[in-house]
Each structure stands twice: as structure tokens, then as C-alpha cells.
Design a protein around this ligand. Structure first.
Ligand SMILES: Cc1cc2nc3c(=O)[nH]c(=O)nc-3n(C[C@H](O)[C@H](O)[C@H](O)COP(=O)(O)OP(=O)(O)OC[C@H]3O[C@@H](n4cnc5c(N)ncnc54)[C@H](O)[C@@H]3O)c2cc1C
Length: 303
């Protein structure tokens, strides 16, 4: 245990929010991954900026995590500190057609809040199991909607400790990417602009999208959603199916039989099983169709 680090953290964050050797399988939707040396539930911008200052000064590693629904943490875990933006950092405020949501707010909750206030535009996000922070970084999207369409601005913390407000244009949103994928910014909150709509129509649209998910996606198994990005001109799931990989398995990891674009954890998968299966699928699809699949899932830590 890193006593100096823990002692420092205890001066900034209540002890019940600091964890040593925390199993990351508890914090990722794949339900795999070894322990992080340290895991902290962040509650305020002040906590976050003072912790980051200390981690940089003392040359310790850190990563930011939302709901862990787009990551694969290695079996040997993460040597450093996981800064978790979750429940403690999840306020949502509605003002007319604008919603301000902190990074740790779940998309499912923000979209339900929008519906309750008759605001339309966020129905696409109702079934995406991530936080607002993760969704901004990834420009999460579904059913012709994406974060780019509803974000007015994003408040971030730079690695030099500066709080900045970035406009939609500055965010440079692209397909499952944003400026933050390449810059060390931490999303603190976002302002969304929606339109006035009709509650029952909004709720019906959300229910329809969720039903589509339930019928097409293997939601009964742990996964990180679509494992690969959509290659231009193709669908990853179709390429994988056509390469004969439906149900293909390494250890406890399997190409879903229901939706080949998903790699699922059949119950006892290791991160290495998932990672090897991702590599094998990529190689077989490349061999067969000369298309290179790019992972959407982000690998973290030691495998
Ligand atoms: C069943 C299932 C279905 C899914 N369906 C969809 C879908 O339809 N569309 C879609 O786009 N995605 C989908 N996903 C993937 C995932 O839910 C989204 O990418 C989501 O936006 C990730 O959010 P998160 O909070 O879980 O991020 P995490 O997985 O925790 O993190 C993702 C990345 O963002 C970084 N990050 C997280 N929070 C912050 C922050 N506050 N500041 C800076 N960096 C941060 C992390 O370091 C990491 O690099 C699905 C996943 C699952 C399991």
C-alpha cells in the first residue's frame, strides 16, 4: 500500500471514498480486470484539481473512469490511481430547454430527466450505460443521434489545473471521438440544449429504442457494447459474422451469437481472453476482407 498517497488523499477526500487494491471487475461492464492500486470517488472540482496536482508532482499514474462501459482493464490491473467520476459528481440541473449535468451523471438518468421535462433530443441516449463524461469523450451515439447534436459546451479541467469551457466546435466531435481523446482534459460538466417536445412521444421513442436494444443486443451478458468501430462502408458485426466467427470463443470470451459486433463475457472470462479474442477477430477479418477493424473499447492497465 502506498501510505504517503493514502495519507495525502485523506486530507482531501473523506476516507470512505478512498480504496486500496480495488478490483476493477467491480467497476467495468465487462466484469473483468485486476486491481487498481488506488481508487478514489471524486466529489468536487477542488478535490480533483488538488489530487491531480499532487499526482503530477509525485509522478504517479492516474486515469479517469466513468461507468467503465467502454474499457477493458488488464488482469494485472492498473498501477496508479483511478479517479472515478460517479455518483458523488452527478448533479443535474434543468433550466428551460437547457440541462447542465456533471460528468458522473448517468446518460440513462439525464435522458429520463429530459423526458420528464418534455425535452426532446436525447432519446437516443436512453439505453447507453455510460456517464455524461464518458459519453462526451467518446461522442457516444445511437439511432442517428450523437452527443455532438445536443452539446452546447463542455467544462473541463486541464492537466495544468485550469478550468476551461469548450464550445461544441472546439470539442471537435467525430465518430466515437472528441478532442479529449487526444488531450489530457477531464470533463467536469456539460451544458446540453434540447427542444420542447411531447412527454408521451419522447417516452415512446425511448421505449422503442430500448426494445430494439433488448431484441438485438446480448444485454444478458457483460460486455462493453460494440467492440469495434464501424469501418467506413461496412458494419463490424456483419464482417465478423461473414468471417464465420459467430460464437467463436477464447476461454470465457465469446463473439456473441446474437450480435457479432459484441464480444461478451460468458461468466468466467479474463481480460486476456477478451483481448486475445479481439486480436484474433481483427486478424481473421483482415485476412478475409482486407478491412482493418479498429477497437472502440479502450484497453487500460497491465494484461
Ligand atoms: C451494453 C452496452 C451498450 C452500449 N451501447 C452504446 C451505444 O449505443 N453507443 C455508444 O456510443 N456507446 C455504447 N456503449 C459504450 C459506452 O457505454 C459508451 O461509450 C459510454 O459513453 C462510455 O461512458 P463511460 O462513463 O462508461 O466511460 P468509461 O468506459 O468509464 O470511459 C471511457 C473513456 O472515457 C474516459 N473518461 C470517462 N469519463 C471521463 C471524464 N469525466 N473526463 C475525461 N475522460 C473521461 C475514460 O478515461 C476512458 O478513456 C455501450 C456499452 C455497453 C456495455
Amino acid at each position: 500500500m502506498d501510505t504517503a498517497l493514502i495519507e495525502f488523499l485523506q486530507t482531501k477526500v473523506p476516507s470512505e471514498y478512498i480504496f486500496s487494491d480495488e478490483p476493477m471487475e467491480k467497476h467495468t461492464t465487462f466484469r473483468v480486470g485486476g486491481s487498481a492500486d488506488c481508487f478514489v470517488e471524486i466529489g468536487t472540482v477542488e478535490e480533483l484539481s488538488s489530487i491531480i496536482r499532487y499526482l503530477k508532482q509525485t509522478e504517479r499514474n492516474y486515469i479517469v473512469l466513468g461507468n467503465g462501459s467502454n474499457v477493458l482493464v488488464g488482469d494485472k490491473g492498473f498501477r496508479g490511481v483511478v479517479l472515478h467520476m460517479g455518483k458523488r459528481f452527478s448533479d443535474i440541473v434543468v433550466d428551460g430547454t437547457r440541462i447542465k449535468a456533471q460528468a458522473g451523471a448517468m446518460l440513462t438518468v439525464v435522458s429520463k430527466t429530459a423526458a420528464k421535462h418534455s425535452l426532446t433530443g436525447l432519446e437516443f441516449a436512453a439505453g447507453i450505460p455510460g456517464t455524461i463524461g464518458g459519453a462526451i469523450v467518446m461522442n457516444a451515439g445511437a439511432y442517428d443521434g450523437e452527443m455532438k447534436q445536443v452539446v452546447q459546451s463542455v467544462t473541463v479541467l486541464s492537466d495544468s489545473g485550469e478550468v476551461m469551457v469548450l464550445s461544441n466546435e472546439t470539442m471537435n466531435f467525430g465518430y466515437r471521438t472528441s478532442v479529449i481523446k487526444n488531450r489530457p482534459f477531464i470533463v467536469l460538466e456539460t451544458e446540453l440544449v434540447l427542444q420542447e417536445g411531447n412527454v408521451s412521444e419522447i417516452e415512446a421513442k425511448m421505449a422503442d429504442f430500448n426494445e430494439k436494444r433488448r431484441s438485438k443486443q446480448p444485454l444478458e451478458f457483460p460486455s462493453a457494447g460494440s467492440t469495434f468501430k464501424r469501418p467506413e462502408g461496412y458494419f463490424a458485426g456483419k464482417l465478423i459474422m461473414d468471417a464465420g466467427l459467430r460464437g467463436f470463443r477464447i476461454g470465457g470470451a465469446q463473439v456473441s451469437e446474437k450480435h457479432c459486433g459484441f464480444i461478451i463475457n460468458k461468466g468466467n472470462a479474463t481480460a486476456a481472453d477478451v483481448s486475445e479474442l479481439m486480436d484474433e477477430v481483427t486478424e481473421k477479418v483482415k485476412e478475409r476482407f482486407f478491412v482493418t477493424l479498429e477497437p472502440e473499447v479502450i484497453r487500460i492497465g497491465e494484461f
